[in-house]
Ligand binder design. Structure first.
Ligand code: NAG
Ligand code: NAG
Ligand code: NAG
Ligand code: NAG
Ligand code: NAG
Length: 274
């Protein structure tokens, strides 16, 4: 009796063993698949965002624009991507300037964009087709790979020639280069040096304004309560002297509350906010 019972028991145990091995194998396969998928998502995140944003705008051949864009940084050290690497992409996606409506900014990003979004009368770089496709995104390449990565990339301050920073530098130069008519810039009156020589506005944009096209540069110095800087500040006198000859400089202190009030007021005309 005991021996008869032994047989099926042993078979059951062997069966159990095989089932557990299969279960473990299955688990390994599932984990590997999940890992593979998540890695593919990580590396391929940018292209679909780029293409869908681009296609919505219906401005240019998006597939071609993507090819030119990624040529700037794929298969390169992510700390050695120059501004010039984006030249073919910038040329293909030429900015169409809106004279008298172009808005520059430095250290006022949040207030400026709240303003340009609500009041559609000024255009920042981030509102252009070129800027809006890439605003808020991160990307980089890697030596020996032709893929685009959207994580594990150097941060803005990690190295000067990182792909994102070089792109915004290049795009800013292009935006300033086509600026025309009366140009406006919102600077921050709550900091000691509103015209900071290390900012993109000071180091790239102001230097790329063309006196043949730009008539006036109107500085809107946004102030908060007990503000520290006004239009007499030395850094703004420096700005005046750094402007290409022939461009007329103006500066006005405008409270942040006034800007916010005005952006909600649909009756007020463009430029009548200060
Ligand atoms: C950066 O890239 C250029 C080519 O684009 C190369 O000539 C140069 O040696 C690289 N510099 C470094 C530090 O890797
Ligand atoms: C100006 O800078 C200060 C300090 O960084 C910040 O709190 C404030 O929001 C900025 N003002 C604007 C209009 O962005
Ligand atoms: C440009 O600014 C000047 C001086 O502030 C002004 O007289 C002129 O009307 C402005 N032009 C446009 C198109 O806004
Ligand atoms: C501007 O600021 C300076 C000090 O930074 C002060 O002496 C001057 O009175 C201020 N001017 C105005 C018009 O507020
Ligand atoms: C004015 O500008 C100079 C540099 O150009 C800076 O050192 C100074 O702190 C600024 N701010 C004030 C409030 O004086």
């Amino acid at each position: 009796m005991e021996q008869e019972g032994f047989g099926p028991g042993k078979r059951r145990r062997r069966c159990c063993f095989i089932v557990s091995v299969l279960a473990v194998l299955l688990l390994i396969v599932i984990l590997a698949l999940a890992l593979g998928l998540s890695m593919r998502e990580e590396t391929n995140e940018l292209e679909p965002i780029f293409l869908s944003r681009c296609k919505q705008l219906k401005e240019y051949d998006c597939q071609q624009a993507w090819e030119l864009f990624q040529q700037a940084y794929v298969n390169r050290d992510p700390c050695n991507v120059s501004m010039e690497a984006y030249d073919p992409f910038i040329t293909a996606t030429a900015i169409r300037p809106q004279c008298n409506r172009m808005m520059f900014w430095s250290k006022t990003k949040y207030v400026v964009h709240e303003f340009t979004e609500k009041k559609n009368c000024f255009q920042t770089l981030e509102d252009t087709v070129l800027g809006s496709v890439l605003d808020g995104l991160t990307w980089c390449g890697k030596e020996g790979s032709f893929e685009t990565f959207s994580s594990g990339c150097p941060a803005w301050m990690d190295c000067a020639n990182n792909p994102v920073r070089s792109f915004w530098n290049r795009a800013s130069a292009a935006f300033a280069d086509v600026a025309c008519g009366n140009v406006t810039a919102m600077l921050n009156g709550s900091i000691a040096t509103p015209f900071d020589s290390s900012s993109i506005f000071a180091s790239i944009e102001v230097k790329n304004f063309k006196s043949s096209k730009v008539k006036n540069l109107d500085i809107v110095l946004i102030t908060q309560k007990n503000f520290v800087t006004n239009c007499t500040n030395q850094s703004l006198q420096t700005l005046k002297t750094q402007l290409p000859e022939g461009i007329i400089y103006n500066c006005k202190e405008v409270p942040e509350t006034q800007i916010k009030q005005c952006s909600g007021d649909s009756e007020k005309a463009c430029g009548a906010c200060w």
